[in-house]
Each structure stands twice: as structure tokens, then as C-alpha cells.
Design a binder for this molecule. Structure first.
Ligand SMILES: C[S@@+](CC[C@H](N)C(=O)[O-])C[C@H]1O[C@@H](n2cnc3c(N)ncnc32)[C@H](O)[C@@H]1O
Length: 391
């Protein structure tokens, strides 16, 4: 496919997404209908579509319309591409610009539009990030870096880098924590690489790894990952020597791949349902990696940014409170309750922790935060302990 034909396909896929189809479904549907397309075409199309979804507001401003065509025109203008050479109507290229399209489009307005944040959320985003808000929004207009976690139960960082290099994947240490690598070349080959298939490395954001590295773990501890989901943090926990790791999720089907992933990593993890978690309590450390807006990972999942509403946000705050109370009840006297989110929004972080502390009986020992300006996803971690010993 020509570069222009890929843009036209992106226009069509974006129109489906704007009409309500999930992005992955729209991309898979296109691939099925387009047997002529090669892997490079599919990858380029995916990049165009996700680039446009990350910067949907600012590209719509530049392109003059919030349609597939408007977004792709905005993308071309934002990236300084020669629009007249691409929108030719020749072959499968997008149709030439109309006079209105040529005259339309403008630079995005400073603030929410330039930062690609919904208007209702902008005051919260600014209140949370202060002077860094617009820059943080703009960082999230670009693709997230690819990070790997070195499975230290299987190898060390230098050996993992060498194994990846042997398969054409260039990676270097990331400063967020000792297990983290940033892939600088060959990222598309990771899932097929022996290093990945043999469990030497896992795909995981560096700050997500840093959360586990910041937990006060010691040999002999029984640790519960209360909101385990797909098990990214569970597996990082399971690589820590000498601790016993349990995984729980209110939606157990989310943990369905965890046993296979644990086997690949050579890790021991015991899955618990809610009744079993209560029976097996108390745990020395309970990690509550709560559902949240995902504002720290909108580069990876940009649809979440546009789907979030004030009502959904309020509902998330309520779930976070409930989870803190449930997880607290499973934490041993003298144990640690670790509350985490992949959000940079204060209400879900400091706000949720403060509301919990206000109920009494707990104190905040430590707090860590990572934002997208430091080269990772945005994350928050609070470490809490009881101020009294009854359980
Ligand atoms: C942020 S995700 C977890 C991500 C996971 N820890 C990781 O690192 O891959 C939050 C998870 O919390 C789960 N969840 C939602 N409500 C819950 C509840 N009341 N109790 C426990 N888990 C809950 C969701 O099903 C979801 O899998």
C-alpha cells in the first residue's frame, strides 16, 4: 500500500471508531477485509489510528472536523506532511482537499485543547499537575515507550539485554528501577522473541515495576495482590525471592491468563476467590492496585481518555473507597496496605487515601508518584499501616 492509501484506510477505521466501534475491533475488521495488506501496512495503519486517538481534540482543530478525514488531515498538518501530495484522490489516496478544508483548520487553543484533555476534566488535571499539566497532556499525544521487566527469577538485567540483542531487539536499563528496560529498536519482535517466550522478560511499564520495587517486602511474607487483573504486578511480586504470592480479583476471569504467564515465568502464584481471600487473611502486605481513570496510561489506551465522564469518574472514586476498606480488612496487624493507581489525578490518589485515613485507625507511611514527564506511565503508590493492633 502507498503511504496515502494507508491514510485513507486510517480515515475509514477512525470513522468506525468515532461511530462507537472499539478500536481493536475496527482494526481487526479492516485486516480481515484487506487481505492484500502486509504486516507493515497493518502496523502503519495501527500507528495512524492510535496517533489520531491520542490527539483527537487537537487534530480535529487542525483538520477542521472531528471525523476520520478531519483527524487524519490534522495529523498530517501536525506532522508537517505535504498534504497536497497525499490527498490526491489517485489510486486509493484520500480525495483532494475541498476549498473549505484548505481554508479550515486552526492551531489548537492553549490549555485543554492543546493538551488533548476533555474540558470537564481539565480543571482536575490542572489542579493535580499544576504548571506541568499542559506538558503532561502533550507528552500523552505521542506513543508510549516500550518497557520490559527483567524476570530476576530467571536472569539478570545484563544477560536479558544480551539475549534480546541476539534477536535484534535493542534495550537499555531504565532508571525507574533495577528490573526495568527501555526498548529502543526492534520492539515489534518482542512477542515472538525467545527471551519473551522463555520468560526472561515481560512487557510492563517501568513505573508499574517501580511500584513493586517500592513495597517493603521481606522473606517469609504472605502477600495478596487484591486487584490482580491480568497479573502484571502479581508476576513482578512473584519474582521477589522468599515471599508467598496470592492473587485475587473481583472479576476472576481477568486472571485467566495468569497461570500460564506464571508458568512461563517460573513463578508460584495462588489464585483466590473472594471467600478464599477472606479465609486466608490476614496477609502481611495487601496491594490494592485499584481500578481508576487510567490517566497515567492514556498513551497506551487513548480511548479511555475520551470515554471517561464526570459520572464514571465519581463511580470510580466510590469503588476505590470500597476497595481500600475491603483490602484493609485483609491486612494483618503490623502489616502494610499498599494502595496504587495508574492515575495522575489527585482525587483518585491523595484524595482517596485521605478519605480512608479520615475513617481512623491507619496512618500514611510513605507515598510515591510517577508522572508521564519522567518517561514512564503515571502511577501513584501510598503505603499505609495500622495505628492500632486489633484485627
Ligand atoms: C488497575 S486493574 C489491575 C491491574 C493489575 N494489577 C496489573 O498490574 O496488571 C484493577 C483491577 O481491579 C479489579 N477490581 C474492580 N473492582 C474490584 C473490587 N471491588 N475488588 C477487587 N478487585 C476489583 C478489576 O477487575 C481490575 O482487574
Amino acid at each position: 500500500m502507498t503511504p496515502a492509501a494507508r491514510l485513507q484506510s486510517a480515515i475509514e477505521v477512525l470513522d468506525e471508531i468515532l461511530a462507537g466501534k472499539p478500536a481493536e475491533q475496527a482494526l481487526t475488521g479492516w485486516a480481515r477485509r484487506s487481505r492484500f495488506a502486509g504486516s507493515k501496512d497493518r502496523a502503519a495503519l495501527r500507528d495512524h489510528v492510535f496517533d489520531a486517538l491520542r490527539a483527537r481534540r487537537s487534530f480535529a482543530a487542525r483538520g477542521g472536523a472531528e471525523t476520520g478525514r478531519g483527524l487524519i488531515l490534522g495529523l498530517c498538518r501536525a506532522q508537517g506532511l505535504a498534504v497536497a501530495d497525499l490527498f490526491t484522490g489517485i489510486g486509493h489516496a484520500p480525495a483532494p482537499l475541498t476549498p473549505e478544508e484548505q481554508a479550515g483548520g486552526r492551531d489548537p487553543a492553549p490549555g485543554a485543547e492543546a493538551a488533548d484533555i476533555p474540558d470537564w476534566l481539565w480543571p482536575r488535571f490542572e489542579a493535580s499537575l499544576g504548571a506541568r499539566a499542559e506538558a503532561a497532556g502533550q507528552v500523552m499525544q505521542s506513543r508510549a515507550p516500550v518497557h520490559l521487566r527483567v524476570n530476576t527469577a530467571r536472569t539478570d538485567r545484563a544477560s536479558a539485554i544480551a539475549a534480546l540483542a541476539g534477536e535484534g531487539i535493542v534495550a537499555q536499563p531504565h532508571p525507574a528501577c533495577d528490573t526495568a528496560l527501555e526498548v529502543t529498536e526492534g520492539a515489534r519482535g518482542i512477542a515472538r522473541s525467545a527471551a519473551y517466550l522463555d520468560g526472561l522478560v515481560e512487557l510492563q511499564d517501568a513505573a508499574s515495576q517501580a511500584i513493586v520495587a517500592a513495597l517493603p517486602l521481606a522473606p517469609g511474607m504472605r502477600v495478596l495482590d487484591y486487584c490482580a487483573g491480568g497479573g502484571g504486578k502479581t508476576l513482578a511480586l512473584a519474582a521477589v525471592p522468599g515471599i508467598e504470592v496470592f492473587a485475587h480479583d473481583a472479576a476472576p476471569q481477568r486472571m485467566r491468563d495468569l497461570p500460564a504467564r506464571a508458568a512461563r515465568a517460573g513463578a508460584q502464584v495462588r489464585l483466590l476467590d473472594t471467600a478464599e481471600a477472606a479465609r486466608m487473611a490476614p496477609f502481611d502486605l495487601v496491594l490494592a492496585d485499584a481500578p481508576c481513570s487510567g490517566s497515567g496510561s492514556w498513551r497506551r489506551a487513548p480511548a479511555g481518555k475520551w470515554e471517561l465522564s464526570e459520572e464514571k469518574f465519581a463511580a470510580l472514586l466510590a469503588v476505590q473507597r470500597e476497595i481500600l476498606h475491603c483490602a484493609a480488612a485483609l491486612t494483618a496487624p503490623g502489616g502494610v496496605l499498599a494502595y496504587a493507581t495508574c492515575s495522575m489525578l489527585s482525587e483518585e490518589n491523595d484524595g482517596a487515601v485521605q478519605a480512608f485515613l479520615d475513617t481512623g485507625g491507619w496512618k500514611l507511611d510513605d507515598c510515591h508518584r510517577w508522572d508521564v514527564l519522567s518517561g514512564t506511565d503515571g502511577f501513584f503508590l501510598a503505603l499505609l499501616t495500622r495505628t492500632h493492633s486489633e484485627f
